[in-house]
Write a protein that binds this ligand. Structure first.
Ligand code: AMP
Ligand code: MG
Length: 410
């Protein structure tokens, strides 16, 4: 199998992924989800002509001669509050005081702001400015028209869209369901933190179980299960089968995927399903196995937590987002000024964990300490990956580099 570039591997991976089915969820739980169905407006917005300001509802022509030095004087006949209905019609020479959002009274076609008026005795109102017809008024349907489709299938629901859906009277919405992810850590050297012991020499704590579970939730997917498998073929196959049988859409394994003598993940995948991508030209994370078991998508990530997180970012996250119906899974990339040297030898595209900040009109980036793939502290405070192209040599302080901003960490 040839070694692919990150772009080639991602393209091949995404070409096989389809959007999952839908489910109905309460609007209060729909943020971050993707609409699975068009939403049609059951009313116009606004649904009635109303005032855009606190002021006086008028017939615009009654203000034709008004100016700061010369007031037009109108007689107030009513006060209309938001939520109430006007009872009196406006005719020439008359006005009603009106609050923002209150229905415009019949006959009026403009609203003068309170700041451009003065109340005088006997309910007489002095208007100090000329207004045009329509000024200070929100017309029925000017925002959203009855029976139009303001939100289409495929829309990502941010807070703004949630607000619109509430205005459209949708207590529940149809969204693409979350992929169910089965997390699998591997290795005979790994002990569970629930044992509450200092690992004996030769053993390490299970970081990946928690790291991958957290990444699952952070990506917006559902955590189906988290299990640990020993470095043996039969139990590895059994464990992976159980993940499939429990209905996982995606299995993400960390470790055991390389060419070590006890790396059984790839052989197990090849026996149970099929391997599509193996080895991507990147650092960290060269050995990565992507394939499927039946309809379940399979990722075998490197065991080093750092490599696992970087390969999750580059492959697992885009795949999960596509399943969730997101049309764009790319991270934002910007140019940044490098604040320290990075040593890099030609050959593989390198993803250096970094911290990027906007300062004095440009982005500045610094690597988060030592970058060995065993250096877990490089994950702390990381908010970007600095992308060093494969054909690049050492990159010097002061150079411009491309950084991939990890939005969740800003
Ligand atoms: P592997 O890919 O299985 O060869 O593992 C690569 C490195 O990652 C080794 O140093 C492992 O000890 C380490 N590693 C594997 N699994 C875990 C885990 N669950 N938690 C922390 N480190 C791990
Ligand atoms: Mg291992």
């Amino acid at each position: 199998m040839t070694i692919l570039t990150v772009e080639q591997a991602l393209e091949e991976l995404l070409s096989k992924i389809k959007r999952l089915g839908s489910e109905s969820v309460y609007l209060s739980e729909a943020v971050g989800r993707v609409l699975a169905k068009d939403v049609v407006a059951d009313i116009s917005l606004p649904s009635f002509d109303n005032s855009a300001v606190d002021g006086y509802a008028v017939i615009a022509s009654d203000t034709a001669n008004a100016s700061p030095n010369h007031a037009s004087v109108l007689q107030q006949i009513e006060t209309i509050y938001a939520g109430a209905n006007p009872e009196k019609k406006i005719t020439n020479g008359f006005t009603s005081k009106i609050m923002t959002g209150a229905p415009l009274p019949e006959g009026a076609n403009a609203v003068v702001m309170l700041e451009d008026s003065t109340e005088s005795e006997n309910n007489l109102i002095e208007i100090h400015t000329q207004v045009q017809a329509g000024q200070g008024v929100r017309k029925e349907g000017e925002d959203i028209q009855l029976a139009s489709t303001p939100l289409c299938e495929g829309t990502l629901l941010h807070a703004g869209e949630i607000g619109i859906l509430a205005a459209l009277g949708q207590p529940k919405v149809n969204v693409v369901r979350r992929p169910r992810v089965a997390v699998v850590s591997t290795g005979d050297e790994v002990v569970e933190i629930s044992q509450g012991v200092i690992p004996p020499k030769g053993k390490i704590r299970n970081s990946n179980r928690y790291l991958l579970s957290a990444l699952t939730l952070q990506t917006g997917a559902a955590l189906q299960s988290a299990r640990h498998l020993p470095d043996e073929l039969e139990p590895t196959m059994r464990g992976l089968k159980q993940c499939v049988e429990s209905g996982a859409d995606v299995i993400v394994v960390a470790g055991g995927v390389s060419v070590g003598e006890k790396d059984y993940v790839r052989p197990a995948l090849e026996k149970l399903g099929k391997l599509d991508i193996w080895k991507v030209n990147m650092k960290p994370g060269k050995p990565i196995a992507i394939g499927s078991i039946g309809d379940t998508l399979f990722f075998g990530l490197p065991g080093n937590p750092v490599s696992a997180q970087v390969t999750w970012e580059l492959f697992v996250r885009p795949a999960l987002l596509k399943m969730m119906g997101r049309s764009n899974s790319q991270r934002m990339q910007v140019e940044a000024l490098l604040e320290s040297n990075i040593s890099h030898s030609q050959g593989r595209t390198e993803y250096v964990r970094g911290k990027v900040r906007w300062r004095n009109g440009s982005f500045h980036v610094v690597p988060t300490g030592e970058q060995g793939s065993g250096m877990m502290h490089s994950l702390q405070d990381m908010n970007c990956l600095i992308v060093i192209p494969a054909d690049e040599t050492n990159v010097e302080k002061g150079s411009t580099v491309t950084v991939m901003i990890l939005g969740d960490y800003l």
